[in-house]
Design a binder for this molecule. Structure first.
Ligand SMILES: [Zn+2]
Length: 199
């Protein structure tokens, strides 16, 4: 592949757009996909297409799912009285791996960063307030990242939720400051949930 052209060049171009994939990794992946009977390439293409067509935000919590409601919202054993507010679907995965939270989630779709054009209208705050207003929610846990923007996002959420009268808590400090929930290990997340405090 000294002079990639046509489809191979396109493949390399697309692969290098992926996070963490530089030109060398892209070339290694392309070689792998082109080797042998190419069933990996066909299978990968099938899964990518299905993902692009079927995966969408859950109607209720905005987690990613291939159905109307995600498996967590569909699970009757989860406690619908506690909603944990996170920035991204990856944060849901991190907290689920921690394994101690039995309530439901609400994915904001990012963090409040007005200077970067991430104003409240681009996040799912109003759907969150609607969920709480529908009733049955005792507590909202603000589990945004331990960063300046994450704190700002939590503050904004608490302001819009204030009039509903719901109890608002924030994850305990102790997570590495300035990072994302994703980087915290399961034990740290479980402790941060356990030690949550009134916001
Ligand atoms: Zn859901």
């Amino acid at each position: 592949m000294s002079e990639p052209c046509g489809v191979i060049a396109e493949l390399l171009q697309e692969l290098t757009k992926l996070p963490g994939i530089g030109p060398k990794s892209a070339e290694r992946i392309a070689h792998f996909l082109l080797a042998g009977d190419r069933r990996h390439a066909v299978e990968l293409a099938r899964v990518l297409l299905a993902m692009a067509e079927k995966i969408r935000p859950c109607r209720e919590c905005f987690n990613l799912t291939d159905q109307e409601l995600c498996p967590i919202c569909r699970d009757p054993k989860r406690d619908a009285g506690v909603i944990c507010v996170v920035e991204t679907p990856r944060d849901v995965n991190s907290l689920e791996r921690a394994g101690t939270f039995r309530g439901l989630y609400h994915v904001l779709g990012g963090r409040f960063a007005p200077l970067e054009g991430m104003g409240p209208e681009r996040l799912t705050f109003s759907a969150l307030v609607d969920r709480v207003r529908r009733g049955g929610v005792r507590e909202v846990i603000l589990a945004t990242s331990p960063t300046v923007e994450g704190d700002g996002t939590a503050l904004y959420a608490s302001n819009v939720l204030g009039p509903t009268g719901v109890t608002i808590t924030r994850l305990a400090r102790g997570l590495p400051s300035g990072s994302s929930l994703e980087l915290a290990n399961a034990q740290m997340l479980a402790e941060a949930l356990e030690g949550r405090r009134a916001f």
